[in-house]
Design a protein around this ligand. Structure first.
Ligand code: IVH
Length: 670
């Protein structure tokens, strides 16, 4: 085989695996194997500079250098908007209008999710990506080709090229997990936070430097296939199927609905299930399926008459910001919290919302007394997203100069958004750090809740996490039970159970202990990487910054924070006491190949009670297992949660073991 042929073969193979992974969510090879293929291609390209690298080579996703500004481009046909239906009645009105104009027969609609992102048009020539343009004002948008190339769900070359030129339109979105990760990073670096995934998708696509887009993990969900600005195929559903064949992500969450009743059922179903999706949707889009009928219906000046957006009940509401209080977290961070006049947001009463930090308040221009818009999305804490109207007699919020709990000095490090109480024995910090240590994702000490910890602290029995291991039944039994109307004691039985839970932590994996220490910037995820990168806590404690930075996701800032933590004599004393108490300091996580799930292939389905899909995947991978997207005879176990669907049925059919989250956790720790 000539080098040219080898290159072509390798590129085709990588494209196929990209498609299997990013579009179908059914990888056939591991990430490591995929990286190996990419490395081979890169090496082969480098070794043969005489053969030009085509722009559609999988190595060319991030090639473009930052630009000076955006070039405006005219769309092949206008990218118009959609009319909205705000309730069932309005959707029925839309259907009635459609039927009247088409002669009365029930109409077939293609129903899709309404992705909450920004729309973009991508042009292909002979199957190769040529240009990507944002919607802009609908007539003219910005050329964002170099940025779009970094999005993995946009093929650089399509799997087939049925027309010499075609255009794909769709929505660029950011998943909820990527959004939370990005904001956490920005918060740690003192950068302004994004209010929601849509804003952050827009802020990540419309940047001059494509390497920023590449780092943000955007997704593209395709919903139109056009040739010469017109629908490519006679039915919209056919176009969606074709898009999938071309290599685009067209989710399975869509349905061909015959008549308005089926359409309404689809809308209700997704309004109910929206939180189970890894991304935000704000409604359902219904399109008349037949393109012939679409032509008959035509357009108004701003929207097609053949499509409608059914909007879900908004998860935003207006209320009054009555006060801003300051809470002290376990790392001493002072967090302003909005106290709101109670308001119902999609069925839930909201009375408080996070305001993150001083800068966030300033950027919103927020003052106490203002009317504000609060948003509740999925499972995240409500946020104040903007000021609706300035309040009469509004007053500015001032961050206290002392810790509101211990009265000690506070400090804002240069370049950081957070203000911290620097008194390491501040009772607020102490209580939060003990509660963190006892929490489910860390040491999981059931029974050690807010009230018990507070009572033990008040009694002088708990001033450090190491004190947990010295508690006796007689310390716990006389405590008062929380939330009881008549005062009741905890009693011997419950006390004994709590003590057993405390004892059980001695055998927990090292990553839990690392996460429990409360090292600034070291959360559960980083703790797992650290436990996998070191053989014991002692090795971690003595590691220099260089060595620490060899660990995945540990940069200079995290490394410095770890060094600082272990250099502190109080912390060394704490670790000495934990050692004496008999906690596990050895890493069992280091050798992933030998983990408890080594060699096993998992499929996740449905919503798990506490773990997100990403978290479950990481835990399984950290224990040596592999996670794939579809159930086959090769699947070892299906982990199923609430609302598990066809994957669970398939597992039962094939006789594959099914675990719930509790079972998974048990196995992870075995
Ligand atoms: S069709 C002329 N389909 O919603 C037809 N739009 O409110 C326009 N959107 O500008 C688009 N998901 O940004 C269509 N499945 C979907 C969509 C979708 C999200 C966005 C799109 C559009 C806006 C209209």
């Amino acid at each position: 085989m000539t080098v040219q042929e080898q290159l072509e073969q390798l590129r085709a193979e990588i494209r196929r695996h990209e498609y299997l992974y990013y579009v179908l969510d059914q990888p056939e090879i591991s990430d490591a194997e995929f990286d190996g293929l990419m490395r081979r291609l890169r090496e082969l390209e480098l070794a043969h500079p005489e053969i030009p690298v085509p722009p559609d080579s999988p190595t060319q996703r991030v090639g473009g250098a930052p630009r000076e500004g955006f070039v405006k481009v005219r769309h092949s046909s206008p990218m118009l908007s959609l009319d909205n239906a705000l309730d069932e009645g309005e959707l029925r009105d839309f259907d009635r209008r459609v039927r009247e104009l088409l002669g009365g027969e029930p109409c077939t609609y293609a129903a899709e999710l309404k992705f909450d992102g920004l729309s973009m048009a991508v042009q292909y020539e002979d199957g190769v990506l040529r240009q990507a343009v944002t919607r802009g004002d609908g007539t003219e948008g910005e050329d964002v080709t170099e940025n779009a190339r970094t999005i993995r769900t946009i093929p650089l070359r399509t799997l087939a090229a049925p027309w010499p030129r075609f255009e794909v339109r769709g929505e660029v979105i950011m998943t909820k997990a990527a959004f939370e990760r990005l904001n956490a990073e920005r918060e740690a670096q003192g950068q302004p936070l994004y209010a929601n995934p849509r804003n952050s998708a827009a802020g990540s696509l419309r940047v001059l430097d494509p390497s920023i887009t590449a780092a943000r993990q955007l997704e593209f969900h395709a919903y139109f296939l056009l040739v010469d600005g017109q629908p490519a195929l006679p039915s919209h559903w056919q176009s969606l199927e074709m898009l999938k064949e071309l290599g685009f992500r067209v989710g399975s969450e869509r349905r061909l609905c015959h008549g308005v009743e089926q359409l309404l059922a689809f809308c209700r179903e997704w309004e109910e299930k929206r939180d189970s999706l890894p991304f935000e949707i704000d409604g359902v889009v219904a399109k008349v399926d037949s393109v012939g009928d679409q032509r008959k219906l035509g357009w108004t000046a701003k929207a097609p008459r053949w499509a409608i957006a059914f909007k879900f009940t908004p998860r935003q509401a207006e209320t009054v910001l009555e006060n801003i209080e300051v809470q002290v977290g376990r790392t001493g961070t002072l967090t302003p919290v909005a106290r709101l006049r109670p308001v119902t947001v999609s069925g839930v009463t909201v009375t408080s919302a996070t305001l993150h930090n001083e800068d966030y308040i300033r950027e919103l221009g927020l003052m106490i007394g203002d009317r504000v818009v609060v948003e509740r999305s999925g499972d995240v804490i409500p946020r104040v997203v903007r000021v609706a109207a300035p309040g009469a007699g509004r007053r500015a919020f001032v961050m206290p100069a002392e810790c509101p709990v211990c009265g000690g000095p506070v400090f804002r490090a240069e370049g950081e958004a957070a203000v911290r109480c620097i008194n390491s024995s501040c009772p607020a910090r102490l209580k939060e750090s003990i509660l963190h240590y006892c929490s489910r994702g860390v040491m999981d000490i059931d029974g050690m809740g807010d009230s018990i910890v507070a009572q033990l602290m008040a009694a002088g029995k708990l001033a450090s996490i190491a004190d947990l291991y010295e508690l006796k039944e007689s310390d716990l039994a006389p405590l008062e039970l929380e939330g009881e109307k008549t005062r009741r004691r905890l009693g011997g039985k419950v006390a004994a159970r709590i003590l057993a839970n405390i004892r059980a932590t001695k055998q927990k994996p090292l990553s839990r202990l690392i996460a429990g220490l409360g090292i600034p910037f070291v959360g559960e995820r980083t703790a797992q990487f650290l436990a996998a990168g070191f053989s014991s806590l002692d090795e971690l404690m003595t590691a220099g910054e260089e060595r620490l930075m060899q660990v995945e996701e540990v940069g200079p800032k995290v490394a410095a924070s770890i060094r600082r933590f272990f250099a502190e004599p109080h912390n060394q004393a704490l670790i000495g006491r934990l050692r004496a108490a008999g906690l596990n300091f050895q890493s069992t996580e280091k050798k992933v190949e030998g983990g408890p799930l080594a060699g096993m292939t998992f499929v996740l389905t449905g919503t798990l009670p506490t773990l997100t899909r990403d978290e479950a995947t990481r835990l399984i991978e950290a224990s040596g297992g592999k996670v794939t997207g579809s159930v086959s005879r090769k699947t070892s176990v299906v982990v199923a949660g609430e609302e598990a669907g066809s994957k669970l049925d398939k597992a039962r059919e094939l006789g594959i073991p099914v675990w719930d989250e509790a079972e998974l956790r048990r196995r992870l720790e075995s």
